[in-house]
Design a protein around this ligand. Structure first.
Ligand code: FA5
Length: 353
C-alpha cells in the first residue's frame, strides 16, 4: 500500500469517527474503519505480498494508524456518553422555583389563603349576615360528645355511619378524632345552659376526620360547618327557609336546593339537602354520579333525646341543626371535578384562587 493510500484511509476514518453524532453511529463508523472488512484490515492482509523490508515498514505504519483510530473512537465514545447523560439529566430536571417574577409580580413571595379557608370565611360571613354567631369546638372528642350525647349510645348501629379514627388514649375506643362537627352542638348547649345564654343561633366550622377512601367527593380529612338554632317555637319551616336562604345567598339564584328524607340519630325528622350540581348544571356528570345533584349535608329538628342528654327542657325549647361539607362547597362554587386537588398542594391549582 502506498503512503498516500494509507493517508486517505486514515483521514476518512478520522472524519467519520470524529464527527459521529450518536453512540450508534460511532459504533458503525468504528466497525467501518477498524473491522474485518475495513480498508485497514484489507491493507493488513496484503502485507504478505511485500518484500520483508517494505512489509516491516508498512506494518509499523498500519499499526500506528490503527492505534490512533482506536484512541479516537474511544475518546469520541466518552464525549458522546457524557453528552447523552447531560441531556438525560436536563430532561429529568424539576423546576421547583415555579414563580415567574415578571408574569406574576403581585404574587411574588406572597402566599394567599387556601380555597378551603377562603370558603370557610365566606360561609361564616353569609351566616353572620343571617344573624348567626360563629363558634368552634375541639377536634379530639370523647365518645360521649361525638356519639353518646348525640343519641348514639355504645353499640348503636348508627355509629357505623361514620368510619371512625380512634386515638390510643384512655379506655379503648373512648377518644376519637371527631367524625363530624355535630359534637360542637353539645358543647354550645352545655355552655348556654351554664351561662344562662339560651337561645342559640350559631354556626360551627371545623376539621373532621373519617376513614373514608379519598375520591372525587371525599377526603379523609375534610371540613364541615354545623348550624344550631335553639329557641322557642322553632319549626321545620324555619330550617328549610334557612337552608334555602343560605343556598341562594352563597351559590346564586340559579342553584336550587332540595331536601330529601333521611335518618340521623340526633334529629327527628331528618333530611339530606342537595344542590344542583354546578359542574353539569343538573345534566349529570362524573362528579355527581350522573344524578345532577350533589349532597351538601344533613339537617333536621333537634331530637328531644339530645336536649335530655344536656339537660335542656324540650317542652320549652325546640331547635334545628344542619351540617354540611365546606370542601363540597368549594368544589361546587369553583366547579372542581375532583376534591383531591384541594390537598395535593399543586401550585398551578392553588394559584387560581
Ligand atoms: C353528618 O356528618 C351529620 N353530622 C350532619 C348533620 C348535622 C345532620 C346536623 C343533621 C343535623 P354526613 O355524614 O352526611 O352527616 O356528612 C355531611 C356532609 O359532610 C356530607 O354531605 C358532605 O358534604 C360532607 N362530607 C362527609 N364526609 C365527607 C368526606 N369524607 N369528605 C368530604 N366531605 C364529606
Amino acid at each position: 500500500m502506498t503512503t498516500p493510500d494509507l493517508a486517505a484511509i486514515r483521514q476518512e476514518a478520522v472524519d467519520a469517527l470524529g464527527s459521529a453524532p450518536t453512540g450508534a453511529e460511532l459504533r458503525a463508523a468504528a466497525s467501518a474503519a477498524l473491522g474485518k472488512r475495513s480498508p485497514l484490515a484489507e491493507a493488513h492482509r496484503q502485507l504478505g505480498s511485500l518484500d520483508p523490508d517494505a512489509r516491516k515498514e508498512a506494518g509499523r505504519r498500519l499499526a500506528e494508524v490503527r492505534a490512533e483510530l482506536e484512541a479516537l473512537a474511544e475518546r469520541r465514545g466518552q464525549e458522546l456518553a457524557a453528552a447523552e447523560r447531560a441531556a438525560e439529566l436536563d430532561a429529568d430536571r424539576l423546576d421547583l422555583t415555579e414563580v415567574i417574577p415578571d408574569a406574576v409580580p403581585d404574587r411574588m413571595g406572597r402566599g394567599h389563603h387556601h380555597p378551603v379557608s377562603v370558603t370557610r370565611r365566606a360561609l361564616e360571613d353569609t351566616f353572620v349576615a343571617m344573624g348567626f354567631v360563629v363558634a368552634e369546638g375541639p377536634e379530639i372528642e370523647t365518645d360521649w360528645y361525638n356519639f353518646g350525647a348525640l343519641n348514639m349510645p355504645p353499640a348503636h348501629p348508627a355509629r357505623g355511619m361514620w368510619d371512625t379514627f380512634y386515638l390510643d388514649l384512655g379506655e379503648p375506643e373512648s377518644t376519637v378524632l371527631r367524625t363530624h362537627t355535630s359534637p360542637v352542638q353539645i358543647h354550645l348547649m352545655e355552655q348556654a345552659l351554664a351561662t344562662g345564654s339560651l337561645p342559640i343561633h350559631a354556626v360551627m366550622p371545623g376539621r373532621c376526620y373519617r376513614r373514608d377512601t379519598p375520591d372525587a367527593r371525599h377526603l379523609a380529612v375534610f371540613h364541615q360547618i354545623e348550624g344550631l338554632v335553639v329557641d322557642r317555637s322553632v319549626t321545620f319551616a324555619d330550617l328549610a327557609g334557612t337552608i334555602e336562604t343560605f343556598t341562594t345567598a352563597y351559590f346564586g339564584s340559579d342553584i336550587h336546593a332540595r331536601l330529601r328524607p333521611a335518618y340521623f340519630p340526633f334529629t327527628e325528622p331528618s333530611a339530606e339537602f342537595e344542590i344542583t350540581c354546578t359542574l353539569c348544571r343538573g345534566a349529570g356528570c362524573r362528579t355527581c354520579s350522573q344524578t345532577g345533584w350533589i349532597e351538601l349535608g344533613g339537617c333536621g329538628m333537634v331530637d328531644p333525646a339530645v336536649f335530655d342528654a344536656v339537660g335542656i327542657d324540650s317542652e320549652e325549647w325546640q331547635g334545628f341543626a344542619f351540617g354540611f361539607g365546606i370542601d363540597r362547597c368549594v368544589q361546587m362554587r369553583h366547579q372542581i371535578a375532583d376534591m383531591r386537588l384541594l390537598t395535593e398542594n399543586d401550585i398551578r391549582f392553588a394559584r387560581q384562587f
